[in-house]
Design a protein around this ligand. Structure first.
Ligand SMILES: Cc1cc2nc3c(=O)[nH]c(=O)nc-3n(C[C@H](O)[C@H](O)[C@H](O)COP(=O)(O)OP(=O)(O)OC[C@H]3O[C@@H](n4cnc5c(N)ncnc54)[C@H](O)[C@@H]3O)c2cc1C
Length: 342
């Protein structure tokens, strides 16, 4: 396990609300780290609707999910937030008054005075493919994410799927794999055309194999795959010897570990005090889609309002000795200095 990272505030979730929390906390001299399960920032905006237009961000008549994420990243740059992507916060322990110790599934540990849960609809988790007997192999030789590419060096790999993740990992892992086979149920790919062309060129050059069909059976022992049987669309069976299989069948949202953290919840949402967005546990706040209160609307603009109020109370925990003075960014030279514009 690596050394414990100390920070004022740990934000769980780098969706739009978690990102804007960095801004509001940064204005109050509060340092942040963010953890997200995904390999990118932006939460639902980046994962579910990057190209769709959003019409109800105040002052911005039209912006895509991707565009909003980029704009938020630009806006929070002055505060130098540190990101820990591809990591899921699994455990929160209270070790002080308030002082929290957090652990991720990747083995990272954090210590902070304040936790901001901006976990949206919960954790994005991979969809399990409909293959009998896959469970004993999961996280041993069947992987739904690539955390360290080097773990797949010189291995015989089978990637399953036809979207961007399957194609991107095919192109990234092919140079280091001993042999790579891509399996998709039809000879038509949803991924970016450029990636499809690159993959087909590799197949034509003999650098990898492409099989059109579905995985029908796994062979192996003690969680270690040895071969995969594929039922071809033409009816012909094929057997491919493999060391690891990586299925990319998309993501689904589940509440995940948030349910085990001792928080007062209502229908899988965290109850909060609407004047501070603090949960029932002092120093743990919940903002954005993950919280509930009378009249709550799951809108990005609601989350933006919530983080502004949250930051005021968080300041009391992080800088108890300092008096908080309300200031506008338009007129406060001190805030403008923090933003690097004065
Ligand atoms: C198709 C679609 C269209 C939409 N259109 C609009 C619109 O027009 N206007 C609008 O205002 N809203 C819209 N929304 C809703 C909007 O996207 C959400 O309100 C917003 O994304 C909530 O932001 P958030 O930061 O709270 O959560 P999210 O965007 O859900 O981000 C939460 C993040 O937390 C991470 N996470 C969860 N648990 C953990 C954990 N244990 N450890 C680490 N990371 C964790 C997740 O991986 C995720 O990235 C739309 C939603 C959808 C699906």
């Amino acid at each position: 396990m690596s050394e414990t990272i100390k920070t004022d505030v740990l934000i769980i979730g780098a969706g739009p609300v978690g990102l804007f929390a960095v801004f509001e906390l940064g204005l109050l001299d509060i340092k942040t780290h963010l953890v997200d399960i995904l390999d990118k920032v932006g939460g639902q905006c980046a994962e579910l609707y990057p190209e769709k237009p959003i019409y109800d961000i105040p002052g911005i008549p039209y912006i895509t999910g991707h565009g909003l994420t980029d704009a938020l990243m630009e806006q929070i740059k002055p505060f130098k937030p540190e990101f820990h992507l591809n990591e899921m916060v699994t455990k929160i322990e209270n070790v002080g008054d308030p002082l929290y110790h957090l652990t991720t599934d990747g083995g990272k540990t954090f210590e902070c005075k304040v936790v901001v849960i901006a976990a949206g609809g919960g954790s994005f988790q991979p969809k399990r493919p409909p293959i009998n007997g896959i469970e004993p192999y999961e996280n041993k030789s069947v992987h739904y994410a690539v955390r360290k590419m080097d773990a797949f060096r010189d291995k015989r790999l089978l990637i399953v799927g036809g979207g961007d993740s399957a194609l991107d990992w095919t192109l990234n892992l092919q140079p280091i794999a001993k042999r790579l086979t891509l399996v998709h149920r039809r000879d038509d790919f949803r991924g970016a055309p450029d990636s499809v062309n690159k993959m087909r060129a590799l197949v034509a050059a003999g650098g990898m194999d492409l099989k059109i069909g579905q995985v029908s059976e796994l062979e192996g022992a003690d969680g270690q795959l040895s071969a995969v049987n594929i039922k071809g669309n033409d009816g012909a069976p094929a057997r491919v010897e493999v060391d690891a299989m990586l299925p990319f069948f998309g993501l689904t949202m589940k509440l995940g570990p948030v349910a085990n953290w001792g928080l007062a919840m209502d229908d899988e949402l965290i109850q909060v005090d609407v004047s501070t967005f603090e949960s029932n546990l002092p120093g743990i706040f919940a903002v954005g889609d993950i919280n509930t209160y009378p009249g709550k609307l799951k809108l990005i603009l609601s989350g933006f309002h919530e983080v502004a109020l949250m930051a005021q109370k968080a300041h009391h925990y992080v800088h108890p000795e300092k008096k908080l003075v309300f200031q506008y960014t338009t007129s406060s030279t001190s805030l403008q200095k923090k933003l690097g514009v004065a």
